[in-house]
Design a protein around this ligand. Structure first.
Ligand code: ADP
Ligand code: MG
Length: 286
């Protein structure tokens, strides 16, 4: 009866657009009492748009656009698409030493100059460049700095709205007594803004992939059985560390491979649906 119940649960879930790739996950779902969400591409739509470019030096904004898009050429981060969409392919510059810094940004050399493109901590640290704090001016935005080896050249202001069902999905989980946390590599102001909108106060910001894993492990040490919901490359370690993991279906192949369950329809409400099915299945098995 046990394998039959699990098989029935799996086929029920797939009809709802919830693909269970690892069978053991079904048994764990019933015990989950804490759901941890990644922010970008998970709670948000993952289609950020550049809404403002503030040139900070003598390099015109249009040239900053070209540099940013060129540096992002090899990146599959959702932010990269926003930059690449602003420049036509023939205008892109050749980039040497292109590097992806997970949860921080990208760097490379173009025209004999070194550039970084990423969050405030990364930009400050990478070249010892002092970047100003624009977060209070743009509390809902993701801010990305373009710097050369000497100075910041521009700050890009990107908006990535919450998914339409995010508020409802979080409210449903909380109503069922499940704790909710948010883990993000983004800055404090933006993460707090999302937390306020969703009624979530367990917030972790400026988290690199390994920091996300450490934060998850701290939640687990406090006794929680955690479901992690993520999307991107930067989530692979933390997805692997959770008792059960969900990946958004539109996320990267890497995230899908490191998750137990894929939300094929990108509906956040399907997390609560899966937990509910897990509980119902367990009660049949007992
Ligand atoms: P989240 O945890 O919210 O999903 P990430 O960990 O993917 O976000 O990224 C954290 C931050 O690092 C982003 O908000 C951005 O500032 C910076 N960043 C990461 N990847 C890139 C990139 N390819 N280009 C520019 N900035 C990036
Ligand atoms: Mg993400």
């Amino acid at each position: 009866a046990i394998p039959a119940a699990l098989a029935a649960a799996g086929s029920h879930l797939i009809k709802c657009g919830i693909l269970v790739t690892r069978g053991h996950a079904l048994e764990t779902l019933a015990r989950v009492n804490h759901v941890v969400f990644d922010k970008t591409g998970t709670l948000t739509q993952g289609k950020p748009v550049v809404v403002d470019v503030i040139a900070l030096a003598d390099v015109p904004a249009a040239q900053c656009d070209v540099l940013a898009a060129s540096l992002e050429q090899a990146s599959e981060h959702p932010l990269a698409a926003a930059f690449k969409g602003r420049v036509s392919a023939p205008d892109l510059l050749a980039v040497q030493m292109a590097r992806n810094h997970p949860g921080q940004g990208v760097s490379g050399e173009a025209g004999g100059q070194c550039y970084t493109l990423g969050n405030q901590a990364f930009s400050s640290a990478s070249h010892g460049v002092a970047v100003e704090d624009y977060a209070t001016r743009y509390p809902s935005a993701t801010l990305v700095w373009l710097c050369d080896a000497m100075r910041p050249l521009a700050v890009f202001v990107l908006e990535d709205p919450l998914r339409g069902d995010a508020v409802q999905a979080v409210a449903t989980l909380k109503a069922r007594g499940i704790d909710v946390s948010i883990l993000s590599g983004d800055n404090e102001t933006t993460v707090r803004h999302v937390g306020n909108a969703l009624g979530v106060s367990n917030l972790h910001w400026q988290q690199k992939p390994q920091d996300k894993l450490a934060a998850l492990q701290a939640i687990q040490r406090a006794g929680a059985i955690v479901a992690m919901v993520g999307d991107g490359i930067n989530d692979a370690p933390v997805l692997a560390g959770a008792q059960v993991s969900f990946a958004m279906g539109a996320g990267t192949a890497v995230a899908n491979q490191s998750s137990d369950i894929v939300l094929l329809s990108n509906r956040l409400g399907d997390v609560a649906q899966a937990l509910e099915t897990g509980r119902a299945t367990l009660s049949v098995m007992r």
